[in-house]
Design a protein around this ligand. Structure first.
Ligand SMILES: C[S@@+](CC[C@H](N)C(=O)[O-])C[C@H]1O[C@@H](n2cnc3c(N)ncnc32)[C@H](O)[C@@H]1O
Length: 332
C-alpha cells in the first residue's frame, strides 16, 4: 500500500543533507533523496512518530539521540570477509612478509581498519596475521567506524549465517568460529588481537598512534574531493614511512594527494609514501582457498598461543611496479 504520510519538505531535505555532511562528511546530493527517505522510514516507525517531518523536527530541535540515529542511518555498512580477495592476497604474500622482515627487531605490528563497519575486515586481517606473522610477535589491529551500532557489532564478534556465507572460506569458519545459536562467534584469540572504537575520519585522528598498515577501503567514495585529500594527508601522518595504505577497488589517490605513490605487486595495488623501499618480491604462504572451498584446518594450538606457521619462506619473485599518483612539489 502506498505510504500516505507527507514526504519530507524541501527545507527539511536540505537540512538533513547538511547535517549528514557536517557530522560525517558523507555527501548526499539531491539525487539521493530516495535513500534518505528509505533510511529514515524505519526510525520513524521505531520511534512511533507520525511521519518523517516529526523526526526531522526533533533533530532540528537538538535531540542528540535522534540526530545520532539520523546520521547513523545514512552510513552504508556493506562489507564482507576478505572483501575483493586481491588486497588480502597482497597482504599475505607481500605486505606482511615485508613488514616481518622490516620490523624484525621490534616484533610488533599495528594495523588500522579505518571505517571497519561490523568488523569483517579487521578479523580477516587477524586471521591472515596468524598465518604469516611469526610466533611471539605482538599484532594490534584497531577498527574504527563512525557508526556506534557498527562498532558495537564488531566488538561483539557475532555474525549471522548470511554474514559468514559472504567470503569466509569454510576452513576458516571451522577454525575460527563457534556456534552461538543461529549465529557464529569469532574465536577469543582473534578478539584479543583486535579492538574497536568509534572514530570519525573527518575529524583529527587522536590517540591512535602510528600504523604499519592502514585499510581505508570503500569509504572515500562517500566524500567530496577536498575531504578525500584531507583524509589521505592525515592518514599519511599516522602511517610509518615504509607503511602501506590499501584503498577499495573503486577508489584511487590518483591526482589527489602529494606523497602517496601506487605500487603494484602481482596485479594488486597499494599506496606507499615517497622514498619507501619496494615491497617484498617473495611469496610467503599458499593462497586462500576460494570462498566456500574446503581446506583442512591447520592444527589447533595450545590455549593462549597463536597458531603460527613461522617465518615466511621465499618461493618465487612477484612482479612489482611503482607509479607516482601525482607530481611532488618541484617534481616533473
Ligand atoms: C561500505 S563500509 C566499508 C567497510 C569496510 N571497510 C569494507 O571495505 O568492507 C563504509 C563504512 O564507512 C563508515 N563511515 C562513513 N563515514 C565515515 C566517517 N566519516 N568516519 C568513519 N567511518 C565512516 C560507515 O559507517 C561504514 O561502516
Amino acid at each position: 500500500m502506498p505510504d500516505s504520510r507527507p514526504a519530507m519538505s524541501p527545507a527539511d531535505a536540505i537540512w538533513v543533507r547538511e547535517l549528514v555532511r557536517r557530522r560525517s562528511a558523507i555527501v548526499l546530493d539531491e539525487s539521493k533523496q530516495y535513500l534518505i527517505d528509505t533510511r529514515l522510514a524505519p526510525i520513524v516507525r521505531s520511534e512511533g512518530l507520525g511521519g518523517v517531518g516529526e523526526l526531522v523536527a526533533r533533530a532540528r530541535a537538538g535531540d542528540r539521540r535522534v540526530v545520532g540515529l539520523v546520521v547513523d542511518a545514512m552510513t552504508t555498512n556493506e562489507t564482507s570477509w576478505f572483501r575483493d580477495n586481491g588486497p588480502f592476497e597482497l597482504l599475505r604474500t607481500a605486505v606482511l612478509p615485508y613488514l616481518v622482515r622490516a620490523r624484525g627487531s621490534e616484533r610488533r605490528l599495528r594495523i588500522w581498519s579505518a571505517a571497519c563497519s561490523s568488523g569483517q575486515e579487521a578479523y580477516s586481517v587477524a586471521m591472515l596475521c596468524t598465518e604469516v606473522v611469526p610466533p611471539g610477535w605482538s599484532v594490534e589491529i584497531i577498527g574504527t567506524d563512525l557508526s556506534p551500532a557498527m562498532v558495537a557489532r564488531a566488538r561483539e564478534g557475532r555474525f549471522s549465517q548470511l554474514e559468514v556465507n559472504r567470503g569466509l572460506p569454510a576452513s576458516h569458519l571451522v577454525r575460527w568460529f563457534t556456534r552461538d545459536g543461529a549465529h557464529w562467534r569469532v574465536a577469543p584469540e582473534l578478539q584479543r588481537m583486535t579492538s574497536f572504537r568509534e572514530g570519525n575520519l573527518a575529524e583529527p585522528f587522536t590517540d591512535l598512534g602510528r600504523f604499519d598498515v592502514v585499510l581505508l577501503r570503500n569509504v572515500l567514495i562517500y566524500f567530496d574531493g577536498a575531504t578525500k585529500v584531507d583524509i589521505l594527508r592525515r592518514v599519511r601522518g599516522v602511517t610509518r614511512p615504509d607503511g602501506v595504505l590499501l584503498l577499495g577497488a573503486a577508489e584511487s589517490a590518483l591526482g589527489l594527494d602529494v606523497g602517496w605513490n601506487r605500487e603494484t605487486v602481482a596485479g594488486s595495488s597499494v599506496l606507499r609514501q615517497d622514498g619507501a623501499p619496494s615491497l617484498s618480491t617473495t611469496r610467503a604462504v599458499p593462497s586462500l582457498p576460494p570462498a566456500g572451498g574446503v581446506r583442512p584446518p591447520l592444527p589447533r594450538q595450545a590455549p593462549g598461543t597463536r597458531p603460527l606457521v613461522g617465518a615466511p619462506k621465499p618461493v618465487r619473485p612477484l612482479p612489482t611496479t611503482r607509479t607516482r599518483t601525482h607530481l611532488s612539489p618541484g617534481g616533473r
